[in-house]
Write a protein that binds this ligand. Structure first.
Ligand code: EPZ
Length: 417
């Protein structure tokens, strides 16, 4: 099993070009199920989650090829409508394929996605919403059997929580449905807008993405198109937090500053100097980080839950105490026990975590519990004195392309073995 070894204590210094957003590529790949013909998606990172999505497309009968960071998908001869159990288990967010498969094939069979490291991850909002569009869903033996013999029909949908995945699933089901669908209480994440941009380029009519009310007017069919995926805002937050923690300076290339406003605000509160220049974001760390009194994770445009773990790692060596209130995933603090192995002082109670800054961290042997928790361990290891060994790094491979190469380029003593 691969592991990462880090000798900490080096300031990060340099520049990194951001990868395409994992959480944008996935729903856009699902959208290609709706398109007969060859679509090209640029700026696709090489990640295990992206590979899992390509496996699903091939399983459905799409022709898929990768040319560097561009993926070409031709779903003209799509014939499948099932997602096998092993692929659903491999990536829980495969559920986002349901709306597109149901719209294209008028049926779909997939296994209920299990929970994940972050908690049960229910899909009730997905299923309720797709049912309102006319998808008949029965569950037996862990399988979801879905059918819509007469196709899908637009409807007024009210989401009780602005679920990112449920919003994406509704959009994907509604773009070729009969009539108009309105999503009230929609998620506002930038990845939703990126999906809408892709679909509208392909001939769909999706209005209001990025707001909490999205109107989708069904069209007869979509046509092939070309699209470049937005940069990964959580990768951006991760490198900024790592640089802040090690007292260095960094320039992120290809960023969209507006996507990381709450993260930049928290970093400035901790004493970092942030400069924005069009598609570049630069950070200069202070000699000593200050506390951030409270960080509340919220749906966009609030502070993103996925940036919580990296910033928690950074704040373990700040002066004073910082507090996190996690409002999205119940198991987000699973990584805390591993962070404590470095000598971090973190106290959790339910969805609240208090971090009492310490003067130094010491290298340890730790293991990733989830994707962003793994990023937190890397950051702690970069700060810690001595050597750290990080196991179960397959979690990191789900969301960070070229992690060891990028960090080596920034001056870190890191190797994968
Ligand atoms: C997306 O997950 C992202 N994943 C997550 O990123 C991200 O943390 C999350 O949105 C929040 O921003 C992808 O886009 C692939 P949700 P998703 O539906 O769609 C509850 C990463 O690290 N909920 O907005 O699964 C759910 O349990 C990943 O890149 C229901 O109760 O998030 C959770 O508590 C981690 N019922 C909350 O809503 C439902 O039907 C947020 O879930 C759906 C969700």
């Amino acid at each position: 099993m691969s592991k990462i070894l880090i000798n900490g204590g080096k300031k990060l210094n340099g520049a990194v070009r951001l990868q395409g957003a994992k959480n944008s590529v996935l729903p856009i790949l699902a959208a290609t199920v709706l398109i007969r013909g060859e679509s090209v998606i640029h700026n696709c990172p090489s990640l295990s989650d992206v590979e899992a999505a390509l496996k699903i497309l091939r399983h459905l009968g799409a022709e898929v090829t990768r040319q560097n960071d561009s993926i070409v998908v031709n779903s003209s001869n799509l014939s499948g409508f099932t997602i096998p159990d092993e692929l659903m288990r491999e990536m829980r967010s495969s559920i986002v394929f349901l709306g597109a498969i149901a719209a294209r094939m008028q049926k779909a069979v997939l296994s209920s996605p299990g929970g994940c490291e972050l908690g049960p991850r229910p899909i009730d909002l997905h299923l309720e919403s797709l049912s309102e569009l006319g998808l008949h869903i029965t569950e037996e033996g862990g399988k979801l059997n879905c059918s819509a013999e007469n196709g899908l029909t637009g409807s007024n949908i009210h989401l009780s929580f602005p679920s990112v995945g449920a919003t994406e699933n509704i959009i994907l089901a509604a773009v070729t449905a009969m009539g108009t669908t309105v999503i009230h209480g929609a998620a506002r994440e930038p990845e939703i807008s990126d999906l809408a941009d892709f679909l509208n380029r392909a001939g769909a009519n999706v209005q209001g993405a990025g707001s909490d009310t999205i109107v989708i007017s069904g069209v007869i069919k979509l046509h092939p198109t070309e699209h470049t995926v937005i940069p990964d805002r959580i990768e951006a937050a991760t490198y900024l937090a790592a640089t802040a923690a090690t007292g260095g300076k960094i320039t992120l290339l290809g960023a969209i500053p507006a996507h990381i406003t709450p993260v930049m605000k928290a970093l400035e509160t901790s004493g970092c100097e942030i400069r924005v220049n069009n598609r570049e974001v630069s950070l200069i760390a202070p000699v000593s980080l200050k506390r951030v009194p409270v960080i509340r994770t919220l749906p966009h445009p609030g502070f993103p839950t996925d940036a919580g773990s990296p910033l928690m790692a950074m704040l373990t060596v700040a002066e004073g105490s910082s507090m996190f209130v996690e409002n999205i995933f119940e198991n987000r603090f699973r990584i805390v026990d591993e962070l404590k192995r470095f000598g971090a002082k973190i106290y959790t109670n339910g969805r609240v975590a208090v971090i009492e800054g310490v003067k130094k961290l010491t290298g340890a042997t730790v293991e990733c519990t989830d994707l962003r928790g793994g990023a937190a361990l890397v950051i702690a290891a970069l700060v810690a004195q001595g050597e750290t060994q990080i196991d179960k790094i397959f979690h990191l491979d789900r969301g960070y392309e070229r992690l060891t190469e990028n960090l080596t380029g920034l001056g870190a003593l890191i190797e994968r073995c």
